[in-house]
Design a protein around this ligand. Structure first.
Ligand code: C2E
Ligand code: MG
Ligand code: MG
Ligand code: MG
Length: 300
């Protein structure tokens, strides 16, 4: 088999390699086995205050390093899991790993005098649209949170716009129940399905996540900037917070700050990393923020 060569820079962020035609087709049986063998692990990507730069929490992202084929893109194995009734097991595996990690991280931050609000940190988990009608899954998730001592309001469920808005009446019912239980809800990849802009008015989301396709083109495209501005205005008028994903440079971060975006996420701030690399990110981040402050003082 012609395996793709491993590029060390691709491994740095816990990211996958580009899917390549030389990677053999992954089957449902492969994914099922990966779940039961716990080969699927997590990378955590920080979410920070857009202006303050303060750590608000992390998004857990599934990673699969196949023993033979190397890193498989989540888009690939998540889709297979969704199509083969494996996604709920995968979601539970994600919670089983994220909850103890998050609990420990918060405890550690509480002892860190430079982090003020450890009890306000939030752990975001992606939920597939196909799971939305499965009440049993959410009961299982709730039970896991309780047994790990994680409060439901510290958990943010990220649902993609296209999935959540496919059947808005059914979604509204379950989303309202989840919100009433205490879960926070984020609408992911927002802006890619325009029909739903108005439906957002009735939906109990705490956060709207601007799709990275707009954020990554904000510098070149006036249309992207207009869409971002419109989403921020709409979300704020509905009392929802806005987060931008896919921020890859300082100029884009500045633009979002000027537009009043609340939270920020992207490679420029922090790549998704395995749990044992988060301390290193926190250290680097502290230095970077200090340097920024000094620069700002100098320019006064
Ligand atoms: P998503 O939830 O929209 O996650 C954002 C994706 O953008 C992630 O890709 C992340 O690594 C990537 N990203 C973050 N910042 C940047 C940036 O600055 N530039 C660029 N180019 N990319 C950035 P990833 O990890 O490959 O995940 C892809 C998608 O797979 C996710 O999109 C999500 O829909 C799905 N996914 C990942 N983990 C899970 C999971 O545990 N459960 C479910 N249901 N879906 C998951
Ligand atoms: Mg997400
Ligand atoms: Mg997204
Ligand atoms: Mg996405």
């Amino acid at each position: 088999i012609d395996l793709p060569s491993l590029n060390p820079t691709d491994l740095l962020d816990g990211q996958h390699l580009q899917s390549s035609s030389s990677v053999p087709a992954i089957t449902a049986a492969d994914v099922a086995q990966a779940i039961s063998n716990r080969e699927i692990t997590l990378a955590y990507q920080p979410k920070v205050g857009c202006i303050s730069g303060e750590l608000m929490g992390f998004e857990a992202l599934a990673r699969w390093n196949h023993p033979e084929y190397g890193f498989i893109a989540p888009d690939v194995f998540i889709a297979i899991a969704e199509q083969n009734h494996l996604i709920d097991d995968l979601t539970l595996l994600v919670f089983e790993q994220a909850l103890p990690w998050f609990n420990q991280f918060c405890q550690q931050q509480r002892q860190n005098p430079t982090t003020a609000q450890a009890n306000q940190l939030i752990c975001s988990i992606n939920i597939s649209a196909v799971s939305l009608r499965n009440l049993k899954l959410f009961h299982q998730i709730e039970a896991l949170c309780v047994s790990h001592g994680v409060k439901l309001h510290s958990i943010m469920l990220e649902l993609t716009e296209t999935g959540a808005m496919d059947d808005p009446v059914a979604s509204l019912d379950i989303l309202t129940r989840l919100r009433m239980k205490g879960f926070q809800l984020s609408i992911d990849d927002f802006g890619t399905g325009f029909s739903s802009m108005l439906q957002l008015v009735r939906m109990p989301f705490s956060e709207v996540k601007v799709d990275k396709s707009f954020v990554m083109t904000a510098q070149q495209s006036r249309e992207s900037r207009l869409v971002i501005q419109a989403i921020i205005e709409l979300a704020h008028s509905l009392d929802m917070k806005v987060i931008a994903e896919g921020i890859e440079d300082y100029a884009t971060l500045q633009f979002l700050q000027q537009q009043g975006c609340d939270k920020a996420q992207g490679f420029f701030i922090g790549r998704p990393v395995p749990a044992d690399e988060i301390d290193q990110w926190l250290q680097q981040r502290k230095l970077a923020l200090e340097q920024q402050r000094l620069k700002a003082l100098e320019s006064l």
